[in-house]
Design a protein around this ligand. Structure first.
Ligand code: NOJ
Length: 576
């Protein structure tokens, strides 16, 4: 089930790279200095002791969140859901799920976030609903009702050419993946977008096949009504103060749209509408192809576990659950592991290319992790120095940093947990936030067996309480890095990035950040051995901003400079 789901998601996400013809976008100003913190609300802070986090809990923890140095929050789905896919199966887009609180609680949270000068974005599942959504239920009952054409129904999704006989039925292996057999009176099949319980909303087909009359064009009344509904949902939450949305599977809306032309047009239309009505709000896509997503009008997209390859080669070992996830990941060893057998070619080529093509138009974000893939702390990368090297990378790259809750204290990716609400092998990154050394890690006061997922503080080491008072903790290191990023424009979201070490000799990885006035050099050695890089001579005096002689040393030379790095080390230098 999980594999099928993932194949469908990747198929929707890996796209052709089209040239970026987009006009330079006016991204809201606040994104220039934005740093996001992603929260999976079921796992952050439980104040009613039912074992599941809630909005009051997030409200109570705003002091902590702000203390990190982040200034924007993205919440995973919070709308009424059937919880078969962690909230990505929405029943009512206009209502906060009672497990988290009420719409009023959300407004209170938004207001408090704003009072603190921060921003908050919600998750918008634009491509599908739950099969328990009243729109789908009405649509399943027959034609000619208000919601009938919100979904895609057919008695026979197959053409004569592509059918085969299986178990006495004429079926198509291609179509079986995306059309689900139905017991509803409306028709024998409906189209899904993800799981079988996630029917696709009908935004129409890019190139409707005249032999398949259920494939409606994008301007047909049904698809147009769905577009209006999408804007209504957005307006509803914008008017309550929400600062933007992270759009789930943003590339999946218009069907059979291989180059995404119609999907791009659809989002451009949404963007134009936003510019007229809500111009300071942002759109973040789960697209996996920043060039295309930014062309579609999104402010930012991710460089992560699917789409343009590169992330996996840095963080996913082959023998970890996500090591084989990206079929483009040809590397057995990942870069940020102790063995030091990683390779930087795929990352550097693809990332530089994406950065170049989106420059001045939008942001490319490299998240520390998310609710769909493993955290940096895996069995082979679980020491604080190792995690500090990884964190230095995440927080010194251009684009908008996103810290996935708990990564700032090095919470583990937990192996072998049971599936929870459709998480399958994603349970490991959805465990409760670890605040204290108590039985429930301060997340809840419920009996431990009622916890959303189990906690494991590693004897109390991986908690906020322990790390607050330790100046060398990952938590305080993360804070220092964010303070430095704020202080040094060269490290900012829009400043340039360039590899200065030799990609053929990948350890240490040395890159330069500059805003044209200030120059910063970052050197990372995740390997367990001493390594040296020769880099072009930098003009000016070099001072150390992060690290000391126990970690490494910068040696200015006559024709070139040298950086010696001890095992597992990260350093940041300024050239003045
Ligand atoms: C992507 C979301 O991040 C993931 O958690 C979800 O399962 C799918 N989209 C389906 O909505």
């Amino acid at each position: 089930m999980r594999n099928i789901l993932m194949k469908i998601l990747s198929a929707g996400a890996v796209m052709l790279c089209v040239g970026n013809a987009a006009k330079a976008m006016k991204n809201p100003e606040w994104l220039k200095t934005a740093v996001f913190y992603q929260i999976y609300p079921s796992s952050y802070m439980d104040t009613d002791n039912d074992g599941i986090g809630d909005l009051h809990g997030i409200y109570q923890r705003l002091d902590y969140i702000q203390s990190l140095g982040v200034n924007a929050i993205w919440l995973n789905p919070t709308f009424l859901s059937n919880w078969e896919d962690g909230g990505y199966d929405v029943i009512d887009f206009y209502k906060i799920d009672p497990r988290f609180g009420t719409n009023t609680d959300m407004v209170n949270l938004i207001n408090e976030v704003h009072r603190r000068g921060m921003k908050i974005c919600l998750d918008l599942v634009a491509g599908h609903t739950s099969d328990k959504c009243p729109w789908f239920i009405e649509s399943s009952e027959g034609k000619d009702m208000h919601y009938s054409d919100y979904y895609i129904w057919t008695d026979n999704p197959y053409t004569q050419d592509d059918t085969v006989e299986t178990a006495g039925m004429q079926v198509s292996p291609w179509a079986r993946h995306i059309y689900v057999e139905s017991n509803y009176p409306r028709a024998k099949f409906y189209r899904r977008n993800a799981g079988i319980f996630q029917p696709a909303l009908n935004y129409g087909f890019a190139d409707p096949n005249p032999d398949k009359p259920w494939e409606q064009p994008v301007d047909a009344p049904g698809p147009q009504a769905v577009r209006r509904e999408l804007r209504n949902i957005m307006r509803f939450w914008f008017e309550k103060g929400v600062d933007g949305f992270r759009v789930d599977m943003a590339a999946s809306l218009v069907k059979d749209d291989p180059d995404r032309k119609e999907t791009i047009k659809l989002w451009n239309e949404v963007r134009d509408w936003m510019e007229k009505n809500f111009s300071d709000r942002v759109l973040i896509s789960e697209w996996g192809n920043p060039v295309q997503a930014i062309e579609a009008g999104f402010d930012m997209d991710f460089f992560f576990h699917f789409g343009v390859p590169g992330y996996a080669s840095l963080f996913f070992r082959r023998d970890t659950p996500f090591g084989n996830y990206d079929r483009n990941n040809k590397y057995t060893d990942c870069y940020f592991d102790l063995e030091g057998k990683g390779d930087l070619h795929q990352f550097v080529e693809n990332y530089s290319n994406v950065l170049k093509q989106t420059k001045g138009m939008g942001y490319v974000s490299i998240p520390t992790a998310n609710h769909d893939f493993q955290r940096p702390n895996i069995a082979s990368r679980n020491t604080i120095p190792q995690l500090k090297v990884a964190m230095t990378f995440f927080l010194t790259m251009p684009g908008i940093p996103i810290i996935y809750y708990g990564d700032e204290i090095g919470m583990k990716w937990y192996m072998d947990l049971p599936s929870k609400e459709g998480s399958y092998d994603r349970s490991g990154c959805r465990t409760p936030m670890q605040w204290t050394n108590d039985e429930d890690a301060g997340f809840s006061k419920c009996s431990p067996e009622k916890l959303y997922l189990p906690v494991d503080t590693d004897g109390g080491k991986l908690t906020v309480e322990t790390q607050e008072s330790d100046p060398n903790s990952l938590l305080n290191y993360t804070r220092n890095l964010l303070a430095l990023r704020k202080d040094k424009p060269a490290l900012g979201n829009t400043s340039d990035w360039e590899m200065v070490s030799d990609v053929d000799q990948p350890y240490p990885m040395v890159y330069k950040r500059t805003d044209g006035k200030q120059t910063i050099i970052v050197a990372l050695n995740p390997s367990g051995r001493k390594v040296t890089a020769t880099i072009p001579k930098q003009n000016g005096k070099v001072t150390t901003l992060v690290g000391d002689k126990n970690l490494g040393r910068y040696r200015a030379g006559k024709d070139s400079d040298r950086i010696d790095m001890n095992a597992v080390s990260a350093m940041i230098f300024e050239v003045k």
